[in-house]
Design a protein around this ligand. Structure first.
Ligand SMILES: Cc1cc2nc3c(=O)[nH]c(=O)nc-3n(C[C@H](O)[C@H](O)[C@H](O)COP(=O)(O)OP(=O)(O)OC[C@H]3O[C@@H](n4cnc5c(N)ncnc54)[C@H](O)[C@@H]3O)c2cc1C
Length: 419
């Protein structure tokens, strides 16, 4: 049974643009992919988990293709591979140019909807785990507003990330970090929650979420300039605009602190921009920007949570019968900084491992009988919105790209005063 709080499509997965990293090209290998992943992770990746990711990744991508995902191909039928920051090879599998996540979500939803063995409950919000005898027996959720318990032999949290706790984010509105809170309340082990990835180039607008201008645009040659037209990244890193995300995001943040806005200059792509990045082109055009001719204003934004529910290589959490996978998990593959396009891959590789492990579990005895329970009353929408806005501002200010002990203490005291 799949539970999801809005529709199946409402997810960060459907937003992913750039693609899925996998060593599928000529001259590439899992060893090179591993080297790039470890380098980006700032020496804090778990080497064993990275090994699993890069070795099993290519097979999982091919499986997804067989399952119906319409990836972009070369005329001979090989994957058309893009290049992204901090990857030493072209290894990004993509679909319909920059619509990879939407295509992956579509293909998976088609398969799930067509399966008589999978029940889907949309508009179902999971609030807590049912824990008896130190085992997870399922979840408490509100289904169409009604409080209910769903008993299960095995439970997988795949609730995605928490970008929406920040004022500026590329994450969809469903990405409010519920899975971390649910796990934490049940005493499940979390780690690396300080490792938040800020994407360097969100389109600077007053919207929520902010539209993302994929790294792949820089991969194809776009450069960053400040108000004086200076290409400031050249002085900061040997890879310039293609340095790891944290380096580029911090430099843009610094430029903005000095009062300069930052611009992505993709003019040299000219008319080819529209063909290679049709989605981003449409997003820019809808806001009056022509990427082939105009500079694109960009701002860093909360994008991805490296930390999460600690899992082993089969997705087990510290609580028996509870698994985690995808962004909510902390498998150790990202270390302190995720390499671009490794997160869809992590979802594919570790979800398969979770599934393989789960089906070997014997039936759970002593499961509590299904019962109805009182869902906590919802705070009125207006008050909840004010609290959410306060959280997002304070998190951006003090727990964002640049942090100090004093700022973090202030952040904690403001957050604990919010009901
Ligand atoms: C704009 C953007 C572009 C990206 N581009 C790329 C890219 O090119 N390549 C790449 O590898 N990664 C990319 N990422 C990151 C990647 O998309 C995500 O890390 C990944 O899709 C997360 O998948 P997931 O299944 O863990 O979570 P999601 O896809 O977010 O799914 C989580 C689901 O859980 C549901 N949910 C949450 N809480 C509850 C609850 N309490 N009860 C019930 N349901 C709940 C949500 O509604 C959602 O449907 C991008 C992210 C963004 C935001």
């Amino acid at each position: 049974m799949v539970l999801t709080k809005r529709s199946l499509f409402d997810s960060a997965t459907a937003y992913a643009q750039g693609g899925i990293a996998a060593a599928l090209g000529a001259g590439d290998s899992p060893a090179l992919h591993r080297r790039d992943t470890l380098a980006a992770g700032a020496a804090l990746c778990d080497a064993e988990a990275v090994e699993v990711l890069v070795k099993e990744g290519p097979a999982r991508v091919r499986e997804l293709q067989t399952a119906g995902a319409d990836f972009d191909l070369e005329p001979g039928g090989d994957f058309k591979l893009g290049r992204e920051a901090a990857h030493s090879r072209r290894r990004i599998v993509h679909a319909h140019g920059d619509q990879t996540g939407a295509e992956v979500a579509r293909a998976l939803i088609d398969r799930v909807s067509g399966s008589p063995r999978i029940d889907v409950l949309e508009r179902t919000r999971v609030l807590d785990l049912i824990v008896t005898d130190n085992k997870c027996h399922g979840v408490r959720a509100t289904v169409a507003g009604l409080a209910t318990e769903i008993i299960a032999d095995a439970t997988v949290l795949a609730t995605g990330g928490c970008g929406q706790v920040y004022k500026y984010t590329t994450n969809p509105q469903v990405a409010t970090g519920d899975g971390y809170a649910i796990a934490h309340r049940a005493g499940v082990r979390l780690a690396d929650m300080e490792f938040v990835q800020f994407h360097p180039t969100a389109l600077e607008t007053p919207e929520n979420p902010l539209a993302l201008i994929s790294e792949a645009v820089r991969g194809e040659g776009a450069i960053l300039r400040n108000d004086s037209g200076e290409r400031f990244m050249v002085k900061k890193h040997r890879l310039a605009e293609l340095a790891p995300r944290d380096v580029v995001a911090r430099e843009i943040f610094r430029q903005r602190e000095t009062g300069s806005r930052v611009w992505l200059d993709a003019r040299k792509l000219g008319a080819s921009f529209k063909k290679r990045f049709p989605g981003i082109f449409a997003v820019c055009r809808a806001r009056g920007i022509n990427p082939g001719k105009d500079l694109i204003p960009v701002i860093p934004a909360a994008h991805y949570m490296m930390g999460g529910i600690v899992t082993d290589l089969s997705g087990h959490s510290s609580l028996e019968r509870l698994y985690a996978c995808g962004e909510v998990s902390r498998t150790g593959v990202h270390g302190a900084n995720r390499l671009a396009s490794n997160s869809l891959l992590e979802g594919l590789v570790f979800a398969e491992r979770v599934a393989r492990d789960m089906i070997t579990l014997p039936q759970l005895k002593g499961a509590p009988r299904k019962k109805s329970w009182e869902a906590p009353p919802l705070i009125d929408r207006g008050a909840a919105q004010v609290a959410a806005d306060d959280v997002r501002s304070i998190m951006w200010e003090h727990a964002g790209i640049s942090r100090t002990a004093k700022g973090l203490r202030e952040c904690m005291s403001v957050l604990s005063a919010i009901d």
